[in-house]
Write a protein of this length. Structure first.
Length: 160
């Protein structure tokens, strides 16, 4: 009877591993970074943007201070779109507060990590390392999945 359970246990473990690999989440302390992604860029593009969701299950707020991605760019900045007298403009921001027991969604038309002077195009299906710098949690290393040029925030966060 014990031998019959082994295939079932192996199958269950495989499903758990597969579900975990699909989750694409990174955790440090009370912070969870959900599905960091970027749109593919075309040849010659000098900029790209990274989107993600930061969830803070901790009792204290934290602050995102910046990001680095030296494998693809020397310059990464936090940006947001701001309504300037009816005109949406993109602006660099120094920090983003992540409330305790709350979350912040980085998405097109809102907060995002802007990548400048790309060393190469962001190719669909590739992955790139990104380090997020938080005031309290410190550095959180994540892996950004490059999605299709036509990807939108709704499809990237389905089920998250």
């Amino acid at each position: 009877m014990t031998i019959r359970l082994i295939p079932s246990l192996i199958a269950a473990a495989s499903l758990c591993l597969a579900a975990n690999s699909q989750a694409h989440e990174f955790k440090k302390g009370g912070l969870e970074i959900h599905h960091p992604w970027a749109r593919a860029t075309t040849t010659g593009s000098q900029t790209g943007a990274v989107y993600l969701k930061v969830n803070n299950s901790g009792a204290e707020a934290d602050t995102l201070l910046g990001a680095t991605a030296p494998d693809i760019t020397e310059k990464a900045e936090i940006h947001n779109h701001i309504n300037d007298n009816g005109v949406m403009r993109m602006r660099q921001v120094d920090k983003v507060d992540i409330p305790a027991k709350g979350n912040v969604l980085f998405k097109p038309g809102s907060y995002h990590i802007m990548l400048f002077n790309l060393q190469r195009p962001l190719q669909e299906g590739s992955k790139l390392p990104l380090t997020l710098k938080f005031a309290k949690a410190g550095e959180v290393k994540v892996e950004v999945k490059v999605e299709a040029l036509t990807a939108d925030a709704d499809s990237m966060h389905a089920g998250h």
